[in-house]
Ligand binder design. Structure first.
Ligand SMILES: [Fe+2]
Length: 187
């Protein structure tokens, strides 16, 4: 699967810079997770992260959350891109469309999506706004504060355990991933 083609599709359908950055953040986390969980398919895992919110500006998900995911698959099929593993991972990141995660890549994407936003929220709370200032211990502490960044689903993040990775290691992996592309993310 071709990352350059995936990026072209993303840029064609998603114009908001916030979502482009979010997509790249989730891509980075998925790449690091794949290094531990599925070394032969790192590119596929990264592309799943990059394209998971592809229908963000196309689907009217504000009125019907069940279409977030299926519309992305429609777009990808129209663009003649991807395979069933990619489609299932994208579907799994939004349980509200009815598809339930059952493979490692699916659990990983379900967990990586809120974790990217969670770490970003913590970084933005610091005076320097830098992701490099965030510590794993801070992520774990904030994780337990249910009212902090409550849009970042703790139950979804906890699904990482189903891949065999503990929450603390996941926080470390995700933090490292975001630090590697901090300038691109503006963090
Ligand atoms: Fe997302």
């Amino acid at each position: 699967m071709d990352r350059q083609k995936a990026l072209e599709i993303l840029n064609k359908y998603v114009k908001n810079d916030f979502y482009i950055k979010h997509s790249k953040a989730v891509e980075a986390i998925m790449g690091k997770l794949a290094e531990k969980l599925d070394k032969e398919n790192i590119e596929l895992w990264k592309i799943a992260g990059l394209l998971h919110d592809l229908d963000e500006e196309t689907a009217d998900w504000q009125n019907d959350m069940s279409i977030h995911g299926p519309v992305s698959i429609d777009i990808l099929k129209k663009e003649n891109f991807g395979n069933q593993t990619l489609y299932n991972a994208i579907l799994a990141h939004n349980p509200k469309n009815g598809y339930k995660a059952k493979t490692k890549i699916e659990y990983a994407l379900l967990a990586a999506d809120p974790m990217s936003g969670f770490i970003t929220a913590i970084a933005k709370g610091y005076p320097d706004h830098k992701v490099k200032s965030v510590k794993v211990s801070s992520i774990l502490k904030r994780f337990k504060e249910t009212r902090y960044a409550k849009g970042a689903s703790r139950p979804y993040m906890m699904q990482i355990i189903k891949t065999g990775i503990e929450l603390e290691d996941f926080a470390q992996i995700a933090l490292e991933a975001l630090c590697e592309i901090d300038e691109e993310l503006g963090l």
